[in-house]
Design a protein around this ligand. Structure first.
Ligand code: MN3
Length: 230
């Protein structure tokens, strides 16, 4: 089954779309090539969305659930396959928003919070790169607000912070090999440094930081499931 794009109409339980990238496939080059983005978005992310939708066909209790609800309930009921695919769909949707072409710098209250927590942007870069490089095998390196405090952390495989109480992610970078292997082979450190300097979307991080102050309200949500056809 092809991952659904916006505008489709379907029958049955919650069906999630593959969101379009918020920039052109070649917009992040050379730090992230269009080849990597096509492969990563059109194949990897699409597969997680497709598998989530396939698994939900047999789970009518999830009808009209948000992806955030699916993740939380799959975790609670120890539905590992559904959790892994739903969380990966969410993590990738969030990850695309965390990048923008051209590079930027944090400003205002976010910049001040980074100074407080990390001694400045260089300190944050060092913490995030160290976390990502030191993370064994596949996973995600995050900048989060945890109870109002900025922290760097990482999660294994599909593990996500999407449903963690009191935690609002500001940025994430994918450290699965498929995120960088075509462009950097095994050199995760060069990928992470380039990502931080050239791709990190501080405007998006600022909106998440603002949401964190409102208990997460107004923060990123995965696109809502498509409405059931009448
Ligand atoms: Mn990935």
């Amino acid at each position: 089954m092809e991952a659904l794009r916006t505008g489709a109409s379907v029958k049955g339980p919650a069906v999630f779309i593959l969101p379009e990238l918020p920039y052109a496939y070649d917009a992040l080059s050379p730090t992230m090539s269009d080849k990597t983005l096509h492969h990563h978005h059109d194949k990897h992310h699409a597969k997680y969305v497709d598998t989530t939708n396939t698994l939900l066909k047999d789970k009518p209790q999830f009808a009209a659930s948000t992806l955030e609800d699916v993740i939380a309930q799959a975790r609670e009921t120890k539905d590992v396959k559904l959790f892994n695919n739903a969380a990966q769909a969410w993590n990738h949707g969030f990850f695309w928003e965390c990048m923008a072409p051209g590079g930027s710098k944090p400003e205002g209250e976010l910049a001040a919070a980074i100074d407080t927590a990390f001694g400045g942007l260089d300190g944050l870069k060092s913490a995030l790169v160290t976390e990502g490089v030191g993370h064994f095998a596949s996973g995600w390196a995050w900048l989060v607000s945890d109870g109002g405090q900025l922290k760097v952390t990482s999660t294994h495989d599909a593990e996500t912070v999407a449903d963690r109480d009191g935690v609002v992610p500001l940025l994430v970078v994918d450290v699965w090999e498929h995120a960088y292997y075509l462009d950097y082979q095994q050199d995760r450190e060069t990928f992470l440094k380039g990502w931080f300097d050239s791709l990190a979307h501080w405007g998006f991080a600022a909106t998440q930081f603002e949401a964190a102050k409102q208990g997460g309200q107004g923060g990123y949500r995965y696109p809502a499931p498509l409405q059931k056809a009448a």
